[in-house]
Design a protein around this ligand. Structure first.
Ligand SMILES: C[S@@+](CC[C@H](N)C(=O)[O-])C[C@H]1O[C@@H](n2cnc3c(N)ncnc32)[C@H](O)[C@@H]1O
Length: 254
């Protein structure tokens, strides 16, 4: 599918900011795969948690912006350099997001409660020693503690609080994060889920999972959950690989 997101350039960088890699591409590919649904969904407020270079939030804004210019975007990151690089990436592509240097959505809970129609997140998911989580600098881009779940497990209840009744969450996970268990935990909060994109690299097997509120699940909340709602969908095999390149280069390797 041709998309302006394929033309995103890395106009700014910083040694402490995560450059787009396979996980970033998988998340944008998932959003592209679901673009028709997203356009029909007509979100009004979208947020990215952990924006890094701005590749994902810029892609999302370009993907949806042409048809729905009234959508508002927010992006957060604990890394102040990431906020700066994201600002420059957005500006270079003529799109806008409110950028906030904070931990997940700290300080925004009251303002955003029940109002986000879309949250996207490529969290720090790599299993590491616990004391590496939340350190300053580039390590915070990947350090996920035991099973890579420290930040993910903080994000899930916050997403539940901030998403609107029709809100959707797209999240990157690794097999080591136990995505089935994540889906079950979200199911207990009343969310259905499906894998939009699945991609195996030499080093890891990534899934981009979409969560949405399912009122049948909520009605059945007292039932014992015995099955996972994950439905593998090998959308990746059908999608062109998106490019992200430095100005003047066509190299999209990580
Ligand atoms: C794997 S990188 C993803 C960057 C970008 N979204 C992408 O896909 O290329 C994770 C990002 O989350 C940020 N981050 C880590 N912990 C965070 C937290 N508690 N709240 C907000 N951002 C966080 C990191 O600084 C980093 O920019």
């Amino acid at each position: 599918m041709p998309s302006r997101s394929a033309q995103i350039r890395l106009v700014s960088s910083h040694p402490e900011v995560y450059e787009p890699c396979d996980d970033s591409f998988a998340l944008v590919d998932a959003l592209l795969a679901d673009r028709t649904n997203l356009l029909e969904h007509r979100p009004t407020l979208c947020m990215e948690v952990g924006c890094g270079s701005g590749y994902v939030i810029t892609s999302l804004a370009l993907m949806l912006g042409q048809e729905t210019p009234e959508i508002q975007y927010i992006a957060t990151d604990t890394n102040p350099y990431a906020v700066r690089v994201t600002r420059e990436t957005l500006e270079a592509h003529g799109v806008h997001a409110e950028l906030i240097n904070t931990d997940i959505a700290s300080g925004l809970e009251n303002r955003l409660a029940g109002s986000l129609d879309v949250i996207v997140v490529n969290p720090p998911y790599v299993p590491t020693p616990e004391d590496e989580v939340g350190r300053e600098g580039i390590a915070s881009a990947w350090a996920g503690g035991e099973n890579g779940r420290r930040v993910i497990d903080k994000i899930l209840p916050i997403a539940n609080k901030l998403l609107s009744k029709r809100g959707w969450l797209y999240m990157v996970t690794l097999t080591a994060n136990n995505p089935s268990q994540i889906c079950l935990q979200m199911r207990e909060r009343g969310f259905a889920s499906r894998i939009v994109v699945q991609r195996s690299t030499e080093e890891e097997s990534l899934h981009v999972i979409k969560f949405w509120r399912d009122f049948d699940i909520q009605a059945d909340a007292k039932d014992v959950v015995t099955t996972s709602s994950i439905l593998p969908a090998r959308v990746m095999d059908l999608l062109p690989r998106l490019s992200f390149w430095r100005s003047g280069s066509s190299n999209n390797s990580c």
